[in-house]
Design a protein around this ligand. Sequence first.
Ligand code: 5GP
Ligand code: MG
Length: 178
Amino acid sequence: MQTVKLHDKTFDIFINEQQIQESISKIAQQINIDYKDKNPLFLGVLNGSFLFAADLFRQIEGTAEISFIKLASYHGTSTTGKINQLIGLNEDIDGRHVIIIEDIVDTGITLQKIMNDLQQKKPASIAVATLLFKPESYQKSYPVQYIAMKVANDFLVGYGLDYNGQGRNLKAIYKIKE
Ligand code: 5GP
Ligand code: MG
C-alpha cells in the first residue's frame, strides 16, 4: 500500500517493512553484545511499542525478561493539574539492568517521566531502545542509547503508532500528507 487514509487524514508510505526489520536487527545485535550475561529486563511502553517490542525481543539472545508498562494520565487536584502515573510494573527492578522499549521519542517528556519513576526503584542501570527518534524535537539531555531510526518532525503512523486509535496494524510506517 502506497497510501492509506485514517479518519480525515492521508498518509504516504515512508519506511517499508524490510527497512524496519533491518534497523531492529542492528540494535538487537548491539544489545546482545552490551548485555551478554546481564539478564536484562525489557520494559515495553504500551500501547505504541508492542510490535517493536515483540520483534526486538525475538532477536535477543541468552537469558532476558520482558514486561510492559503504561503511562496512565488522570486529572489531579486543581493545583497539581494533569498527572501521569506509571502503571503495570509488577517486577522488582532493584539491582536489575533495565531497557525501556519506546515506539518514538519526540520531545523526550514522556521518557523523562518514565525514567524518573524507574530510577527511584534503584535499578543497576537503565537504557532506552526506541524505534524512532526525532532529533530536532528532542529537548532533554538524557542519552537515548539504542535508536533504530532517526526521523524528521513529521507525524508518522503504522507498525504500532496510531492516529486517534487507527493505523497500528499497518506493516510499514507512513507519513502524514501535508
Ligand atoms: P514525547 O513525550 O517524547 O514528546 O512524545 C512521545 C509520545 O508522543 C509518543 O509515545 C507518541 O505517543 C507521541 N508521538 C510523538 N510523535 C509521534 C508521531 O510521529 N506519530 C505518532 N503516532 N505519535 C507520536
Ligand atoms: Mg510511546
